[in-house]
Design a protein around this ligand. Structure first.
Ligand code: TPP
Ligand code: MG
Length: 593
């Protein structure tokens, strides 16, 4: 095993001192704004359209605060910012080159948008003044309305006309991105603006004054009305949705659930929001299907409290529709709904609407409920699945991984579609960071690198469990982790297939009375099998496997975890039998809705 040298990220990519400490060019003013915002990193793939800014970060800022994180694809640059925000709740920056870099970045921006994660994306175009354009290349890389590429899934975008206006844009972009409901913002910097010499010094700005904290209190009347409903509820249910990573808020949610004796649902599409091993947690968390206990809880509920649940209407539909319970919705999400994207989901029935962040609503709700409880309820908790059979399944993989990490705090930075929600206890807000947000396959690796970056030094072991398809689409994010010495364990649930879609083909075949045996064609990633451990090694990570036998799992995980603890990036290729949980499979291949 190679020795991990200095594991300080700031020691990587040091420039020789340029001796520049006065802003001389337009892009220096933009760099100053990034520094003033305390943005620690800017993940990027380079390009001439922002060579001015690039120079300012290296030679004016000395490549620190922000430090560049070189990425091999724009999609991973944005995904890294996404993963970083999942842990910290804060925007870092990403830079992408002209229209082409932005086009590469779009899916990752969409993922971050759907996941309501903040980030500031810097792009570039031009020169807007055609007389200044280099022939050919600067013409093809100039677009009239570049922001239009991402306007449907960013909170705001701008193309400022001067260095001082650009500074204001960057401040506004950070402020808006970080204000709930959070999301990506995009600032497009004209080449000429960046490269222009400043005619006169630009007066400094007190950035903090342009970042006012936006707090929204819970409306007192609605809190009272909700407390009234919940106090009298016989079968309350809490849908624990998009909440923060705060431990205090986590504990207050537990207090609320216990005070009410409410059954609590969580969702693997989003980060951990309630301890899944708590007696009030209703069944194992699912991504696309609801556990039977969860369906039962919703059907039997008389009051349902949604703490910014991702999809209230869809959940009711899965539970069989006709939900008669009174519904209290706590959310600010409506501020982001627009005409381009339908990611806002179905319109749910709501009896009391509390327009604030869930973390803000819970304390006054508890207070308004007053003393009482905790009510006694039957335990809904079920133990881990017992992996069956002698073929290596995803359950065997999870079982061995769980034993290998032992008592060590783990952050699952990503989970594959094949994951069984029953196989892990999520007992801390950082135990699981949620999915890719937008269902854009290929996000797992980059998001995990960004999350691991934010977790570096925290004592938590970042573990990314990815499908092979997801891993292969985003695999070059590994190099960034290896280069910047960001320890991270990848476990690949390698079924050598885009298996999700095999089930879709099976469904179509069933409906059409055609042979389901052909479902694998155009789906299987084999002949040749891809050496995933080899792809890891080729990028400076450590590769283990392929692990084909159940008996070899423990040793592979033990070695890989030791490597990550020593500061490395490690990948374990686990050749799993294709298959999802029985409930997911049944839901996916059934003939009717
Ligand atoms: C960018 C993108 N392309 C295609 C899809 C369609 N799709 C959804 S899941 C999936 C398969 C993912 O494969 P893998 O990560 O190996 O997980 P598995 O289905 O095998 O469990 C595909 C191709 C998508 N959601 N996003
Ligand atoms: Mg697969």
């Amino acid at each position: 095993m190679p020795k991990s040298n200095d594991n300080k990220l700031t020691a990587v990519d040091r420039p020789i001192p340029a001796g520049v400490n006065v802003a001389g060019f337009g892009s220096d003013v933009v760099a100053d704004a990034l520094r003033a915002l305390d943005i620690p990193y800017i993940a990027l793939n380079p390009g001439a359209s922002y060579r001015g800014l690039h120079d300012s970060i290296v030679n004016y800022l000395g490549n620190e605060r922000p430090q560049m994180l070189l990425c091999l694809h724009e999609e991973s640059a944005v995904a890294i910012a996404h993963g970083y925000a999942k842990v910290t709740g804060k925007a870092m920056a990403a830079a992408v080159h002209s229209n082409v870099g932005l086009m590469h970045a779009t899916m990752a921006i969409f993922n971050a948008w759907c996941d309501r994660m903040p980030m500031v994306i810097l792009g570039a175009t031009g020169p807007v003044d055609a007389t200044k354009r280099r022939p050919w290349i600067e013409w093809i890389h100039t677009a009239r309305d570049q922001g239009a590429l991402v306007r449907g899934y960013t909170k705001w975008d701008d193309q400022p006309g001067s260095p001082v206006a650009a500074r204001e844009s960057v401040l506004r972009a950070a402020w808006l991105a970080n204000t709930a409901p959070c999301g990506p913002t995009y600032v497009n910097l004209d080449v000429e603006l960046q490269e222009s010499k400043l005619a006169e010094p630009v007066a400094p700005v007190d950035a903090a004054r342009f970042m006012p904290a936006v707090t929204s209190a819970a409306p007192a009347e609605q809190i009272k009305a909700a407390a009234e409903l919940l106090r009298n509820a016989k079968h309350p249910v809490i849908l624990a949705g998009r909440v923060s990573r705060s431990e205090d808020a986590w504990n207050l949610r537990i207090k609320l659930a216990e005070r009410l004796g409410a059954s609590v649902l969580t969702d693997l599409k989003i980060a951990a929001s309630f301890p899944t091993n708590h007696r009030l947690h209703a069944g194992a968390p699912g991504g696309t299907v609801l556990a039977p206990e969860a369906v039962e809880a919703i059907r039997g509920a008389d009051v349902i409290l949604s703490l910014d649940w991702l999809d209230v209407a869809g959940t009711f539909k899965i539970a069989g529709g006709n939900v008669s319970a009174k519904v209290v919705q706590v959310s600010l999400d409506h501020h982001l709904h627009n005409g381009w994207s339908m990611d806002y989901q179905g319109l749910p029935p709501v009896d009391v609407f509390i327009a604030c962040e869930p973390d803000v609503a819970v304390p006054p709700l508890l207070e308004a409920l007053g003393p009482g409880g905790p009510r006694v309820t039957a335990s809904l908790f079920k133990d881990f699945p017992r992996p069956a059979g002698d073929k290596l399944s995803v359950d065997h993989m999870a079982d061995s991984l769980r034993r290998a990490v032992g008592e060590r705090p783990v952050s699952l930075t990503h989970l594959p579609l094949s994951w069984n929600g029953a196989s892990w206890h999520l007992t801390h807000p950082l135990d699981y960071l949620g999915s890719d947000g937008g269902g854009g396959v290929g996000g797992g690796p980059g998001i995990s690198v960004g999350a691991a970056l934010a977790l570096k030094g925290s004592g938590r072991l970042p573990v990314a469990v990815c499908g092979d398809g997801d891993f292969l689409m985003g695999v070059t994010a590994l190099w960034t982790a290896a280069h910047y010495k960001i320890p991270l364990l990848f476990v690949i649930a390698n079924n050598r297939s885009f298996f999700n879609d095999e089930l879709h083909q099976e469904r179509v075949a069933r409906v059409r009375n055609r042979p389901v045996e052909n479902r694998w064609i155009g789906q299987r990633i084999s002949e040749p099998d891809i050496d995933l451990a080899g792809i890891a090694r080729a990028q400076g990570a450590l590769g283990f496997g392929p692990v084909n036998a159940i008996g070899d799992l423990d040793a592979a995980f033990k070695q890989a975890i030791a490597a990550v603890v020593a500061g490395h990036v490690a990948v374990v290729d686990v050749r799993v039998e294709p298959g999802y949980t029985a409930a997911t499979t049944a839901a996916m291949i059934r003939k009717s809705e």
